[in-house]
Design a protein around this ligand. Structure first.
Ligand SMILES: Cc1cc2nc3c(=O)[nH]c(=O)nc-3n(C[C@H](O)[C@H](O)[C@H](O)COP(=O)(O)OP(=O)(O)OC[C@H]3O[C@@H](n4cnc5c(N)ncnc54)[C@H](O)[C@@H]3O)c2cc1C
Length: 477
């Protein structure tokens, strides 16, 4: 095998592997080094997303939602089921199969594209050299014209509730549980905490979520967050805001969690505790001295808007650099860098990154929240369309939530779209495309949408921004 490549990518997650594939498509010689090891000792490309994040969580969300709907919602359709049981072992087996298919798929893609896969650790040395240590401990020095760092992130630990893998769990542990705990505690009401809490709530756990912030989903549009909180509470998720965890003690197989709620010290006892307070960049042993690559005060690799580090021909993409920690953001950065290396055009539009929370109802948005637009001082208009007024949503028995569009008053530019409701994660794609093409709300208003579809809600929200919605009363729900 060659020791010299046009491009070496360190990290084979959703930021690294697309960089490697696009570089190969650009006729460059490429190696992708990845250190991922599963708990059974097997290796796999795909990083956090495919092995322990996006894909396994969505597999379990789907299974648990079907179980929940069969028990709670099918009877209204005239479908009666008795003796419904959940078999978590089969659910977990299905999930593992989906993960395996997905990660095997990367090997096949690498093979077809001509990417050299190297499983083990990569360490950047000065002078565009990379030390590769295979899992068997053997070492080689490789050289490249360009190196792309895509080492990802890891769960942020909480000193007052240290992970132990048995009672106090990280998100990966929480995806591997063999049975629904009777009482599940989650620290952090962010994307990951809400998704994991939803899975186990639907499978029968009593779930309490402790969130340090006073505002629910502070990063989201607050009208959207308010509606989502209302729905989650109705589903039985016990979400306690302004709850700062001070200690977690494991005794007799249970976890006693202490927290302050601003007034007094409170406590709650659970069988398993998931700590989901966020993720931090992972750059352990990635950089030798003298590479010229710098980290910021939070540990992210410093890059410019094109993902160039301070060192010549060294790039960094994905969760290990600034910006939202999302698989699709990392993917687009990886593709951009591989195109720039090949002398092609490459750009990421950081203003049009969709965010999705795969709860039921789903939550999705792109662009600015109403709070951000208000703070900017720009005059704006808002259109809201409730799913209660959507024929398709009614047919689906899924009428909770709404679509909301914010546009500028001066030039009608779409500034943000926020959806809470059925398949919001799919519906948001139209808004992303509209914003990518700098569409106005009138552009959306004049675009025909098939009837009856959920996408009509986005169309009607655009119309509502000018008080011209046809199927609703042109007022906020
Ligand atoms: C439970 C959960 C659910 C999530 N759901 C979603 C979702 O629905 N949608 C979404 O967009 N995002 C989701 N995310 C976030 C998503 O997983 C990350 O944003 C994404 O994986 C980041 O991609 P990455 O390639 O930057 O890093 P990673 O996926 O972390 O991959 C980095 C890879 O680099 C390897 N590596 C690190 N250091 C080295 C080294 N020195 N040498 C060789 N290899 C190295 C790691 O082993 C890993 O394989 C979720 C995360 C979690 C935990």
């Amino acid at each position: 095998m060659a020791d010299s490549f046009d491009v070496i990518v360190i990290g084979g997650g959703p930021a690294g592997y697309p960089a490697a594939i696009r570089a190969a498509q650009n006729k460059l010689t490429v190696a992708c080094i990845d250190a991922w090891k599963n708990r059974d000792g097997t290796t796999a490309f795909g990083g956090t997303c495919l092995n322990a994040g996006c894909i396994p969580s969505k597999a379990l969300l789907e299974s648990s939602e079907l179980y929940h709907r069969l028990r709670e919602e099918f009877s209204v359709h005239g479908i009666k089921a008795s003796g419904v049981e959940v078999d978590v072992a089969t659910m977990q087996k299905r999930k593992a199969g989906i993960v395996k298919k997905s990660t095997d798929g990367i090997n096949a893609l690498f093979k077809a594209a001509g990417v050299t896969p190297l499983q083990g650790r990569g360490r950047l040395l000065p002078g565009k050299r990379v030390e590769f240590t295979a899992h068997d401990g053997s070492r080689r020095e490789l050289t490249a014209k360009h190196v792309v760092l895509a080492s990802g992130s890891e769960p942020t630990p909480l000193r007052s509730a240290a992970f132990d893998g048995t009672s106090i769990l990280d998100s990966w542990d929480a995806l591997e549980l063999a049975a629904a705990p009777k009482r599940l505690g989650v620290i952090g009401a962010g994307v990951i905490g809400l998704e994991l809490g939803s899975v186990w709530r639907r499978l029968g756990s009593e779930v309490v979520i402790l969130e340090a912030l006073e505002d629910f989903l502070a990063i989201a549009d607050q009208q959207l967050a308010k509606e989502a909180l209302r729905q989650f509470k109705r589903q039985g998720l016990d979400i306690r805001l302004g709850a700062k965890v001070t200690a977690a003690a494991v005794a007799g197989g249970a976890v006693n969690v202490s927290y302050t709620d601003g007034k007094a010290v409170q406590s709650v006892t659970v069988d398993k505790l998931v700590v989901a307070i966020g993720r931090r960049p992972y750059t352990d042993k990635l950089l030798a001295a003298g590479t010229g690559v710098e980290l910021d005060e939070r540990g992210f690799i410093k890059v410019d808007e094109h993902c160039r580090t301070g060192a010549e021909a060294i790039w960094a993409v994905g969760d290990c650099v600034r910006g939202p920690m999302l698989a699709h953001k990392g993917k687009e950065e990886g593709v951009m860098v591989a195109d720039l290396i090949a002398g092609r055009y490459g750009e990421v539009n950081y203003r049009a990154i969709p965010s999705v929370i795969y709860t039921a109802p789903e939550i999705a948005w792109v662009g600015e929240t109403e709070e951000q637009v208000k703070a900017s001082g720009r005059a704006y208009k808002v259109g809201v369309f409730p799913f209660l007024a959507s024929g398709r949503a009614r047919a689906m028995e899924s009428t909770a939530g709404f679509a909301k569009l914010i546009a500028a008053v001066d030039d009608d530019e779409i500034l943000g779209v926020h959806i809470v409701g059925p398949l919001a994660g799919e519906l948001i794609a139209e808004a992303v495309l509209a914003m990518e093409y700098s569409a106005s709300s009138e552009d959306l208003q004049r675009t025909m949408h098939a009837h009856p579809t959920l996408s009509e809600a986005v169309h009607e929200a655009a119309l509502a921004a000018d008080k011209r919605a046809i199927d609703s009363l042109n007022r906020s729900p």
